[in-house]
Design a protein around this ligand. Sequence first.
Ligand code: NDP
Ligand code: OXD
Length: 313
Amino acid sequence: MEKGKILLALTGIHPQRWHELLSAEREVVLEPNGADDPSITYAVVWKQKPNLLKSLPNLRAIFSIGAGVDHIFADPGLPDVPIVKVVADNLTQHMVEYVVWRVLDHHRQASLYRAQQQKKIWHEPPQRVAGDVSVGIMGLGSLGRAAASALLSLGFAVNGWSRSERGMKGVSTYAGEAGLIPFLNATDILVVLLPLTPQTQGIVNYGLLKELHRRNGLGGAVLINAGRGRLQKDADILRALDDGTLKEASLDVFEVEPLPKTSPLWSHPKVFVTPHAAATSDPAHLVPIMLRQIAAFERGEKLENLVDREAGY
Ligand code: NDP
Ligand code: OXD
């Protein structure tokens, strides 16, 4: 197979660093030369423009620069070629750090201490140990499993929910629709690491939050969403926070991003906001993996980390 050319199609992300690194080994273009450019064989994308890829006659594979691929499926003219998602230690490490940071922040009552500090109050509230708190991870994929391991090593009781049965040592696992309510009923801190698909859109709603366990030393249930914004209903989260269904939330993702300045989530005292920054894709780590995969593919080897088009992730 001859060395294929790459179309780099990123929306909302500056292409320069990706371009520089990919160009070390391959010819890279930012636009096809016409809608049916025959010279392009690979596309490296983030939210590619609709119908951009559909008529490229020699496209062999699409590479997402993120772990999530909902941005690719949003294209109504998506061609039927293999799609590769990111699975990389660097990205996984970022996500594990985010999850551990947010879980510990809620568990160790950081918001209470911040409020006390502002008022110069010297008061030590009761503090449970990790083993008294259960963290439930929705989505036991590459990120969810790594987060589960880190939380286990800190002593938390860990639950996991996935589409198919996924055993994991030390983790109480639940699967599918039948497993969802038992999973939620056993979970104090809910960590959402699901992909956005037609099945998961809007899943984090008021009814789901009502099912969380809240008879724990935390003083209520907690939501942490680092998956995708459209998994959740922002209005339902606000309602749950305001009526006590939720004690606190850490949100990295939102129904609309950037989070509109008018959103009450920005200034809600029980919400911790980060700007979709839990695990950023670093081209210095991801480009060598992509280039290695392309080279292996051209030697006749199979592409790794392929997306299941039917499942949508
Ligand atoms: P994976 O594809 O490895 O895992 C997805 C997990 O979700 C699997 O366990 C899968 O089940 C489960 N799942 C999918 N659909 C359903 C469903 N309908 N019901 C129950 N479980 C379901 O994904 P990753 O772990 O790599 O990434 C997860 C998501 O994290 C990404 O899709 C992306 O949206 C988000 N992300 C966010 C970032 C950020 O910065 N905020 C950064 C990176 C990723 P099964 O195991 O049975 O297949
Ligand atoms: C991803 C992301 O999907 O950064 O990797 O959201």
